[in-house]
Design a protein around this ligand. Structure first.
Ligand code: SAM
Ligand code: DTB
Ligand code: SF4
Length: 357
């Protein structure tokens, strides 16, 4: 393998953060290089990922984020993993868009519980223009509380992306979910390229990009390589990369498929390998250990943190699925000696300085 990461030593003062364009941030990764990372002995892969991680981030800090479903269910898309698709028989009821005040109340609770980032998700193929004033008020209100804002609303038009940027939205989440070649087996109502187009709109509008995917959908290792490759070769790495473990939900295509074939569930070591590959190939990005922690052991989560994951969703609910819960996380942090992250995220800070936001 050509050496993946030229890993500079951490300086003596223990400070983290290299120059924004340091040589170890590459966007020319080949699939062969990423496959070679996955093939490393686990101990070697973890060592390399941990080295990259501590060079760019504080290894004892993990950012706490809160998710809120601002519009649940009834989504016209057919994502095979999702309880909110109209095609799923998951029992999730469709709701209207929440009132702005109710969203802000929920955000205030999250802030009081120590959250630094508030992510709002809507089960839409795309927002309607008539929804935008409420969405903008939510972004402005949450930002005024001092939290980072993230929205995930489906596809965006150029004008909508510009409106969100003007409102001060920090991040837009839009996952590529899996490799380009597997995409059509998971979702038929939109294409991988449409996903990439929306990411480009978000970038162009000057909003930080949050894009990742799901591991454990019965994919091959080659798909996991292709998924990381697609993200790590974007013109600029996403500032934020959520890595979800599939939450198998009854009534969804993938949830039911996995229920019938329990051996299809991804093993923890392979999940950790995926986190490590994300960390090594996208050294300055936030790597978010997202859905699926509820059914993960503390040991597996500890390995994910060692492999470079530095953000989690707190609270006992994700969008519709159960999450680990604050008490379990407080106990986990105490056991592992981890602290909630207070500082600005490295890539976002660079960008804010560069564009004066
Ligand atoms: N509708 C918007 C969209 O698809 O972009 C936003 C909401 S969607 C629920 C956000 C992401 O959550 C999906 O792209 C997927 O990666 C993740 N997700 C959804 N259901 C999941 C599940 N059952 N297990 C793991 N991740 C899931
Ligand atoms: C992401 O990648 N994971 C979060 C967030 N982005 C929006 C969502 C996880 C959803 C898990 C399934 C559910 O709660 O329905
Ligand atoms: Fe709709 Fe998003 Fe769920 Fe797909 S993942 S069905 S787009 S809410």
């Amino acid at each position: 393998m050509t050496n993946a990461a030229t890993i500079p030593a951490r300086d003596d003062a223990g400070s983290v953060g290299a120059a924004p364009n340091s040589v170890d941030v590459r966007t020319d990764w080949t699939r062969a290089e990423i496959a070679a990372l996955f093939d490393l002995p686990f101990t070697e892969l973890l060592f390399r990922a941990a080295e990259v991680h501590r060079h760019h981030h504080r290894p004892d800090e993990v950012q706490l984020c809160t998710l809120l479903s601002i519009k649940t269910g009834g989504c016209p898309e057919d994502c095979g993993y999702c309880a909110q698709s109209v095609k799923a028989h998951s029992g999730v009821e469709a709701t209207k868009l929440m009132e702005v005040q109710a969203v802000l109340q929920s955000a205030a609770q999250a802030r009081d519980a120590g959250s630094k980032r508030f992510c709002m998700g809507a089960a839409w193929r795309n927002p309607k223009d008539r929804d935008m004033p409420a969405i903008i008020a939510m972004v402005q209100g949450v930002r005024a509380m001092g939290m980072e804002t993230c929205m995930t609303l489906g596809m965006l038009s150029e004008a909508q992306a510009a409106q969100l940027a003007k409102a001060g939205l920090d991040y837009y989440n839009h996952n590529i979910d899996t490799s380009p070649e597997r995409y059509g087996e998971i979702i038929s109502t939109r294409s991988f390229d449409e996903r990439i187009d929306t990411l480009a709109q978000v970038r162009k509008a000057g909003i930080n990009v949050c894009s990742g995917g799901i591991v454990g959908m019965g994919e091959t290792r080659g798909d996991r390589v292709g998924f990381i490759h697609a993200l790590a070769t974007l013109e600029r790495h996403p500032e934020s990369v959520p890595v979800n473990a599939l939450v198998p939900i009854k009534g969804t295509v993938l949830g039911d498929m996995l229920a019938d074939t329990p051996l299809a569930k991804i093993d923890d070591i392979e999940f950790v390998r995926t986190v490590a590959a994300a960390r090594i190939t996208m050294p300055r990005s936030m790597v978010r250990l997202s859905a699926g922690r509820e059914s993960m052991s503390e040991t597996a989560q500890a390995l994910c943190f060692l492999a470079g994951a530095n953000s989690i969703f707190t609270g006992d609910r994700l969008l519709t699925a159960a999450n680990a819960g604050d008490d379990a996380d407080a106990a986990l942090f105490a056991r592992l000696g981890l602290k909630p992250m207070e500082a600005e995220e490295p890539m976002r800070a660079d960008k804010a300085a560069a564009c004066g936001r």
